[in-house]
Every structure is written in structure tokens, then in C-alpha cells.
Design a protein around this ligand. Structure first.
Ligand SMILES: Cc1cc2nc3c(=O)[nH]c(=O)nc-3n(C[C@H](O)[C@H](O)[C@H](O)COP(=O)(O)O)c2cc1C
Length: 161
């Protein structure tokens, strides 16, 4: 059976969104069900209906950027509310090549506690938001990131490389 793939991300400057989409495409879906929790209205909707996020999917790819070594508070508030209902998920954090701190650990902890089965995790490098001031990880994700997203997709599908 083909898995129904969903993506849920928080992505103020779109890098996390690109990486989550690349992982979903690598899993073989062309049109993943997408929820963008960057916007307050979507977060309010999710928090009010915590079980609908996983209702029509088999595997949820969840992504957030790292802010000061942690998950952004808005993303965390939303993740804490979601019911996993025994569904599979993968946990992805995107950081600006400084340090991803406790963000990935915290994401896995929250998702496991909420009843998800976390089958794959990944910390990806994206261009640092403050690169206008000091250029860091310019142009990432780029070609060198593609192998990593592909490998993560294999793990998400439950295959080994
Ligand atoms: C407020 C803020 C704090 C950040 N803190 C970190 C950090 O601690 N470590 C790091 O490597 N990158 C840090 N970054 C960079 C982002 O994690 C990185 O640019 C990421 O690709 C942004 O993802 P997005 O485009 O989905 O928003 C920070 C960015 C912002 C805006």
C-alpha cells in the first residue's frame, strides 16, 4: 500500500518548508497534504482540533527551524497539542550551521509523548536567517543537501540505505 504522506512545518523564511518537501518527494509522493503552522490562524485551528492533523495520513513529516538552540515557542505550542494516534512521523530540524542545541531532542520527546511512532530524524543545514549581516551556510540547502534528504526519505519509508 502506498503511504499517504503529510507535512507539517513552521518556516518563517521557507528553508524548513523546502527541506520537508524534498523529504516528502523522496518518499515517493507528488502531492503531500501540507499544513503550514507558521501562520497564527493555522496554529489556532490545529490546537482546537488536535486529532485532525493525522486523520487522513499514514506518515507525517514535521519540521521546524532552530532558534537559539531550541524550537521556536510558537511551533512548540502547536506540537505539544497534536495527537499522534499511533501514526508514524519523522522529526526534522533546520539550523543555520551554528548549533542545533536541544531542538531535535525536544521535538522527538514531544512527538513520542503525544503517541507518534518516530521512525526517522534529521538535522539539516539551511542558510542562516541573519546571513545579510554575517553570511553563514549561504545557498543551503543545495546539491550537497540532496543526498541527505534522499537518505532521510529512505529511513522515513522504513528502508535502509
Ligand atoms: C531568532 C533566530 C535564532 C536562530 N538561532 C539559531 C541557532 O541557535 N543555531 C543555528 O544554527 N541557527 C540559528 N538560526 C538560523 C535558522 O535556524 C536557519 O536560518 C533556518 O534555516 C531558518 O529556517 P526557516 O527558513 O524555515 O525559517 C536562527 C534564526 C533565527 C531567526
Amino acid at each position: 500500500m502506498t503511504k499517504r504522506i503529510g507535512i507539517l512545518y513552521f518556516s518563517p523564511t521557507n528553508t524548513t518548508k523546502k527541506i520537508c518537501r524534498a523529504v516528502a518527494l523522496g518518499m515517493g509522493t507528488k502531492n503531500p497534504q501540507t499544513l503550514d503552522m507558521t501562520f497564527p490562524d493555522t496554529r489556532t485551528e490545529i490546537i482546537a482540533n488536535p486529532n485532525t492533523v493525522t486523520a487522513n495520513i499514514d506518515h507525517l513529516i514535521i519540521g521546524a527551524p532552530v532558534h537559539s538552540g531550541k524550537l521556536p515557542l510558537q511551533a512548540m505550542e502547536c506540537l505539544i497539542a497534536i495527537g499522534g494516534n499511533g501514526k508514524e512521523c519523522s522529526a526534522i530540524v533546520v539550523y543555520g550551521n551554528r548549533d542545533y542545541g536541544i531542538a531535535l531532542y525536544r521535538m522527538v520527546e514531544i512527538l513520542s509523548k503525544n503517541g507518534f511512532g518516530v521512525t526517522a530524524v534529521g538535522a539539516f543545514i539551511g542558510q542562516h536567517t541573519y546571513s545579510d549581516i554575517v553570511p553563514v551556510a549561504m545557498g543551503r540547502p543545495d546539491e550537497s543537501s540532496n543526498q541527505r534528504t534522499k537518505r532521510t526519505s529512505y529511513y522515513c519509508k522504513g528502508e535502509s540505505t
